[in-house]
Design a binder for this molecule. Structure first.
Ligand SMILES: Cc1cc2nc3c(=O)[nH]c(=O)nc-3n(C[C@H](O)[C@H](O)[C@H](O)COP(=O)(O)OP(=O)(O)OC[C@H]3O[C@@H](n4cnc5c(N)ncnc54)[C@H](O)[C@@H]3O)c2cc1C
Length: 405
């Protein structure tokens, strides 16, 4: 195997472009489940260090990277349509993976994987019988397979909606936070689209409090483009960083902390901000003979929720199994058409009748329970359960949204 003078391997079996949630998880799954002796490199430019991020997800089973889980909850809270419900999760656990732990756990599992700092500038795959060429900081790395989480989509589908987050990690001067996460609290101004506050407690005086807004794209308004190199922009700030989010979201957070949680004094110890385009259209996974789109770039952000971490774990495992079974990474399941259609229905209701969403979510969580609702959002339900979900959520706006226009 040839190596460049600076240690950059110039030929690998698998090059993973992007070392965020997907790239790190992919490295671990390839090391644990992939073919023996696979030469893997993960290239990341360091613009969004994993160590400054965290991801929440729900699962009913043990996961490969559970050693990186720092918080686990058996119930969640929803406040909607004037009612608050605390819901046991049944077989599920709501878990939070912290970036520093994820980094440490993956490095431990991935003996032999090369983690490289660099910018992926180009992926060239013009010889079906040869290797793909990946240009990293002006130098070429040859790879049999490229798992690409960063190349911009040359023809991105028009988003059906945008999901924006503006979050603050806060420490309060008295006990304020409930023991379980609040998945949705609609006690925030509903200007357009759907807005709610998400609260992830780390203790009675510490939590991530995040304003979340789903908005349909306005026909004549320009929407801030997500950062290049990924499906959505994300920024995080360290201790003492001033938030720079959308002013309305910042004002809504101030109001929520003061008016709803009755917080008098608090410190902001970190911030989180992001903007994700949501589309019901299926993402193209196989980009060329040797290149598979992965992570957010591969369409793994669930259009109706904005969650991706759990789906990314399942996809990484499928890629590793595909390499073992077939020698290529492309034998991965694609989302079921029925679930894509249900996502599209939700996005249409969001665009046409956003006011219908809040009571519908309350009905789902309250009448079906959190376990069935989460299983539905996880695309793990059968037709009969989906019929129950539709009947429970069902109101005129949802029925109208079954019609494409
Ligand atoms: C603020 C925010 C919070 C979120 N929270 C959750 C959550 O709690 N739970 C959940 O399930 N989902 C969450 N999501 C959705 C989704 O899980 C994340 O966006 C997730 O990080 C997607 O994983 P990824 O690997 O595709 O992208 P990323 O994790 O963003 O990784 C992409 C990596 O590629 C690097 N990169 C970019 N361009 C290049 C280049 N040209 N060359 C080399 N490296 C490059 C970046 O530095 C980054 O490290 C959140 C999204 C945002 C924006």
């Amino acid at each position: 195997m040839r190596r460049a003078g600076d240690g950059l391997t110039t030929e690998v079996d698998v090059l993973v472009a992007g070392g965020g949630a997907c790239g790190m998880s992919m490295a671990a799954h390839l090391a644990a489940l992939g073919p023996r002796g696979l030469r893997v490199a993960v290239v990341d430019d360091g613009r969004h260090p994993v160590a400054e991020r965290s991801w929440a997800f729900w699962s009913s089973r043990a996961e490969l990277l559970d050693a990186a889980v720092s918080l686990r909850f058996r119930s969640v809270r929803v406040h909607a349509a004037g009612r608050e419900v605390v819901l046991p999760l049944g077989c599920y656990e709501y878990r939070v993976v912290d970036g520093p732990s994820l980094h440490a756990v993956v490095r431990e599992l991935c003996n032999g994987v090369r983690f490289l700092r660099g910018t992926v500038e180009e992926v060239v795959d013009d010889d079906p019988d040869g290797l793909a060429r990946v240009v990293v900081d002006g130098r070429t790395v040859h790879a049999w397979w490229v798992l690409d989480g960063v190349s911009p989509d040359p023809a991105p589908p028009r988003p059906a909606a945008w999901l924006s987050f503006t979050g603050r990690q806060v420490v309060t001067d008295r006990d304020v936070f409930a023991p379980e996460p609040t998945l949705m609290d609609f006690r925030t101004e509903q200007a357009d689209g759907v807005r709610f506050v998400y609260v992830l407690p780390r203790g009675p005086r510490e939590a991530l409090v995040e304003h979340t807004a789903f908005a349909a794209p306005a026909p004549h308004r320009s929407v801030p483009a997500p950062e290049a190199g990924g499906p959505g922009g994300t920024t995080t700030g360290g201790p003492g960083v001033t938030t720079t989010g959308e002013p309305a979201a910042e004002a809504a957070l101030d109001e929520y902390l003061r008016g709803v949680l009755r917080v008098r004094g608090h410190r902001v110890t970190g911030t989180e901000r992001g903007l994700l385009p949501l589309t019901g259209a299926p993402a193209r996974r196989r980009l060329s003979a040797h290149v598979l789109a992965v992570g957010g770039r591969g369409g793994l952000v669930k259009a109706s929720t904005g969650y991706a971490y759990g789906r990314i774990q399942r996809d990484c495992a499928a890629v590793a199994r595909s390499l073992v079974a077939t020698g290529h990474p492309f034998a991965v399941p694609s989302p079921h058409r029925r679930h894509r259609m249900l996502d599209a229905v939700l996005l249409r209701v969001l665009a046409r009748s956003p006011r219908a969403i809040e009571p519908a979510f309350l009905r789902l969580f309250d009448r079906l329970g959190a376990e069935t609702t989460l299983r539905f959002l996880d695309e793990d339900t059968r037709l009969a359960e989906e019929a129950r979900v539709a009947a429970t959520a069902g109101s005129r706006p949802f029925l109208r949204a079954l019609l494409p226009c």
